[in-house]
Design a protein around this ligand. Structure first.
Ligand code: KG4
Ligand code: ZN
Length: 333
């Protein structure tokens, strides 16, 4: 039996999970609400809140999984990429726990873990598949050849998709994180009300900064002539923005699948919680006769279950690291 404790602290979620023989038995996620007032994550505050949350989160994960601390065989942790101060809390905790219990340590790449969240549960994609990983910090099309053999074939040249949604929501006067709120308003609006531009970027790369600027000017000009413009049209604006972000993402994803001849398409990362994107991928795959893989909501945004499952596959390969390991704000695949 392999019991893996997973720890995630790369951004503003403190999370702990217990995985037994590839099954997730608990996944505790402590969200940090403190950032809402600042319109974005404040790194110093994030690391302080991680320090408060990490021990209760781990304790709860162990209790919920109905295991004992002494049953744990290895500790898997997010090494990067992420905010250095946030990562440091999870890495230090994982190292201390492993040292105290004489356990092996397993480093996990956060972006690979988002992809490997698809191996939680019954319906798993087969290699090779394509994964569109869309979060607050990243937008990547990943060719997944094996558990830890992944190639980024396209990525954003500027803002990430989640960042574009969060910045748009700030322009609209909505609190952080804006992605879920844009999703909520979009369900009530007309997605064809305002046709925002689609950038013309070669290959499988993305760009969202032009879209952000056009939304900014569009809002500025309309509010200048009608101060009530935002309140009156919030749902239509959100629906139109969401539609454009989704079409930018899925047009590239479809082209990549056609070029690589891949018929299994997966979504990962926080933005994969988006209703329009989930529906869009489902429709695309139905139309093409392809298979879509969409994670459960709790495994879309940052969570330690994905770290624990990635750790489980590394545990099977005895892929361990030493106590001298340090976090990496930037961590390539
Ligand atoms: O993967 P994640 O939890 O953290 C990072 O590693 O960045 O992704 C967070 C991002 C944020 O930009 C948030 O606005 C976005 O995911 N997000 C959503 C939704 N839920 C979270 N975007 C659109 N619709 C949602 N329902
Ligand atoms: Zn993430």
């Amino acid at each position: 039996m392999a019991v893996i404790l997973g720890i995630e602290s790369s951004c503003d979620e403190t999370s702990a999970s217990v995985c037994v023989d590839g099954k997730i038995l608990s996944n505790i996620i402590a969200n940090q609400t403190i950032h809402a007032a600042y319109g974005g994550v404040v790194p110093e505050l994030a690391s302080r809140v991680h320090q408060q949350n990490i021990i209760p989160a781990v304790q709860q994960a162990i209790v919920n999984a109905k295991v004992s601390k002494n049953d744990i065989d290895a500790v898997a942790f997010t090494r990067g990429p992420g905010l250095l101060g946030s990562l440091l809390v999870g890495v230090s905790f994982a190292k201390s726990f492993a040292l105290a219990k004489n356990l092996p340590l397993i480093e996990v790449n956060h972006m690979q873990a988002h992809v490997l969240a698809h191996f939680i549960g019954e319906t798993k994609p087969k290699f090779p598949f394509l994964c569109l990983t869309v979060s607050g910090g990243h937008t990547q099309i990943v060719l997944v050849k094996n558990y830890f053999d992944m190639e980024i074939i396209g990525q954003t040249l500027d803002d990430a998709a989640g960042e574009a949604l969060d910045k748009t929501s700030k322009i609209l006067g909505l609190p952080y994180p804006g992605g879920p709120l844009i999703d909520k308003y979009a369900r009530l609006g007309n997605a064809d009300a305002y046709p925002f531009p689609e950038p013309n970027i070669p290959g499988f790369d993305f760009s969202f900064s032009g879209l952000k600027t056009s939304i900014l000017y569009f809002i500025r000009d309309n509010v200048a002539t009608d101060p009530q413009f935002l309140e009156k049209n919030m749902a239509d604006i959100c629906a139109s923005v969401e539609k454009r972000v989704v079409t930018i993402l899925l047009n590239k994803f479809r082209k990549a699948a056609e070029k690589y001849g891949i018929t299994q398409l997966a979504l990962a990362g926080g933005v994969s919680a988006n209703t329009g994107l989930r529906q869009g991928l489902t429709d695309l795959c139905a139309q093409k006769g392809w298979e879509s893989f969409i994670p459960k909501f709790e495994y879309c945004t940052d969570n330690a279950a994905m770290i624990a499952i990635a750790g489980y596959y590394k545990y099977l390969d005895k892929d361990f690291v030493g106590q001298d390991i340090a976090p990496l704000a930037r961590m390539p695949f």
